[in-house]
Structures are given as C-alpha cells and as structure tokens.
Design a protein around this ligand. Structure first.
Ligand code: SF4
Ligand code: SF4
Length: 357
C-alpha cells in the first residue's frame, strides 16, 4: 500500500489485509494475538490506535477473537510491568472502548512467566517467550518499521524475536553476562526473596553469585531502587542472530497460522523504547503486509533506503539510494538479521511488491 495521509492509510488498510492473503491464516472463533508495540511514554511513533482499530475490525469480520499484546520490557521504563504497561497503552489510546478488543500483556505481571520453545539455532536452543504467543491460535505481527541502535532497523523480525521474548529471553539476547548490582543498592533484600536460584546474598549491598545466576532477570524487575544493572555487551551481530532465532521459534509454533504487517510511517532513527520525540528520516511510505517475515522486512528496508530524505538538511547519507540505517548506526550491519533469517529458513529476501490501488 503506497504513500498517502493517515486517512488514506486507514481507508485502504482493510483492502491491504484482504489482498495479502492474511485471511487464509485466520478462522472463525480463533484467538488472534496481534503483536505490536504500544510505545514508551511520550513516544508517538508507534502504530496509531485508529489503524489498529481497522485491523481489529478486519479480524472480527473473519469471525476471529483478536487481542492486542506485547511483553514487558527488560529495562525500567513505562512498560516494565503489566500495570505500568497497561497504563501507558491506555494513555496512548489503546483501550477496549477505542479498539473493540482487549489488551493482554504477555508473560505475566513482571514478564517472567514464559513458555520454552526448542529451536535448533546457532546460539539459541531454548527460546523463552510469552506463553500467550504459543497458546493463541494465530499470530499477527503489526510492527512499526524504524531505525534501531542495536539491530540497525527494527521491523517484523524484531517485533517477533525480541518483542515476544520473556524478560529472561531479552536478557539472553542483549547480554553475555549476568546482571550486576550498582552502588545505589540500599540492601533492602527484596531481590533476595525473588531470586529463584538463591544467587543473591545481601550484606552492605546485594551481591550476585554468577555461578548460580541463571539470568532470569527477576531481580532487575523487582528492585525498587533500580540498582540491578544489565551489561548491554552482546555484539550487534550476535544480538541480531539470537533475535532471529527467537523469531524462528515463535513462528515455528504457528505453522501456516501467522501473518505480518509493517507500518513504514514515522520512520524514526531509533526505536520506540526511547521516551523522546524524534524526526522521521524519510516521508511516510505506507504499509506492507505479507505471509513471509523476512521478505516483508527486506522490502521495508529497501523502500526506506530508496526514499529521499524527509529533511533536506540531513547529510548525504540520507539521500535516495543510500543505506540510511548504516548512516544512522555505522557500527551496525542490519543485513545480518535478514541474512541469518533466510539461512535459518524463516523466509526469503526475495519479494515482489504489489501496490494496492
Ligand atoms: S537474574 Fe535471576 S537468578 Fe540471577 S540473580 Fe537475578 S533473580 Fe537471581
Ligand atoms: S532489591 Fe535492589 S536495592 Fe534491594 S538489595 Fe536487591 S539490589 Fe539492593
């Protein structure tokens, strides 16, 4: 679906879903997990509720029972637990009254309830994901396509891989080491009572025994003073490959029962987890839908790179035909996620764009 204003996108969204073959993966009475990102507080780049309302109506016309869903975050922001996450989603307009479907935060109150999905990956053998994604009949990923500081860009593969993972899964993708305790620890002992492995002792401060710690990230979630830190030390290449292997695991639970949508609108330089306003790097391009999670990201990546800069004052790296994501994040090769996904058999990088009139 090509460029146009918000009204144009809303009007053509149902036609796009009809034409994309997504109707073939949804059946009457089926629970459809519509995986999206509700945006960190004060962020507006996420997919708008008015568009999601169209998606929900379309799914309900197929006779399905959709719900909107995302997992709690690893970092401490406005979506770190289910209560704050639901509040943030409601503040952004994602309410039952507006959407006609509920918001269900996957993975429990603190993101530690998980289903373990075996995967024969290079890095991941057991993917820890929100059980709701496994238990739903159908998965529809609706991603906001934008730049990303760790993975170059974030689209469908990131929405599936990082976005469906439990807190421990996210930690596994981002870090090679265990959490650490910061000097701000006041020795309150809350983490001690939550640690499932008795890996924490508390003296003047808490201390984590790396030999016992399993990286579940529970202590990060419960610390009232935000004194448990994460070493964000996984290389971008490995983080991307782990993320794709998680995506593979999630999709493997839904053979023939998953579909994908990318909103290539408000294409910001960094992800929607940063609670600041950003400027788009290209004019809004439109929305793409597919049954292939790799082809859809490859297409979105190419469409952004082929587009002119949104702002004439941006550097040459943003001109039509340049790789804008490499210019934004020079240390990140975003094609790693596309290549690894194709090698795993998650999909193909070849695609044909069919424009919806
Ligand atoms: S990550 Fe989990 S196992 Fe490790 S110290 Fe924290 S709560 Fe304990
Ligand atoms: S919960 Fe936080 S402040 Fe309390 S002992 Fe553990 S690390 Fe320290």
């Amino acid at each position: 679906m090509g460029e146009g204003g918000a009204d144009d996108i809303a009007a053509r969204l149902e036609t796009l879903l009809d034409e994309s073959g997504l109707g073939g993966v949804v059946g009457p009475g089926e629970l459809v997990a519509v995986k999206m990102h509700f945006g960190e507080s004060r962020v507006t780049g996420h997919v708008r509720p008015r568009f999601m309302r169209r998606v929900i109506v379309w799914l309900q016309k197929q006779g399905a029972s959709p719900f909107l869903t995302d997992t709690n975050t690893l970092y401490r922001g406005s979506r770190a637990d289910t209560v704050s996450h639901l509040r943030t989603a409601a503040e952004h307009g994602f309410t039952f009254q507006a959407l006609g479907a509920p918001v269900v935060i996957a993975g429990g109150l603190r993101g530690t309830t998980e289903a373990v999905v075996p995967v024969d990956g290079r890095f991941v053998t057991n993917a820890a994901v929100g059980p709701e994604f496994v238990k739903a009949d159908v998965l529809l990923s609706v991603a906001h396509f934008k730049g990303h500081e760790v993975t170059g860009f974030g689209g469908t593969l990131k929405n599936l891989g990082m976005g469906c993972a439990s807190r421990a899964g996210k930690l596994d993708m981002h870090s090679t080491t265990r959490p650490y305790v910061k000097p701000s620890c006041n020795a309150c002992g809350v983490c001690l009572t939550w640690c499932p492995e008795d890996a924490i002792t508390v003296g003047e401060t808490a201390v984590i025994d790396d030999g016992k710690c399993i990286g579940c990230a529970e202590c990060i979630a419960v610390c009232p003073t935000k004194s448990v830190g994460i070493r964000w030390n996984e290389s971008t290449d490995t983080c991307q490959m782990k993320m794709v292997e998680y995506a593979y695991a999630v999709v493997a639970t839904k053979p023939g029962r998953a579909g994908y949508v990318n909103f290539i609108t408000d294409v910001h330089p960094v992800c929607d987890c940063f609670g600041t306003e950003k400027v788009s790097i290209v004019p809004d391009i439109g929305v793409v839908a597919s049954l292939d999670p790799v082809a859809i990201d490859q297409a979105a990546y190419d469409l952004v790179n082929e587009a002119p800069a949104a702002d004439g004052e941006l550097s040459d790296g943003y001109r039509a035909g340049s790789d804008k994501f490499r210019d934004l994040h020079p240390d990140v090769d975003p094609t790693v996620q596309l290549r690894h996904a194709e090698e795993l058999g998650l999909g193909t990088r070849n695609y044909e764009l069919i424009e919806i009139a």
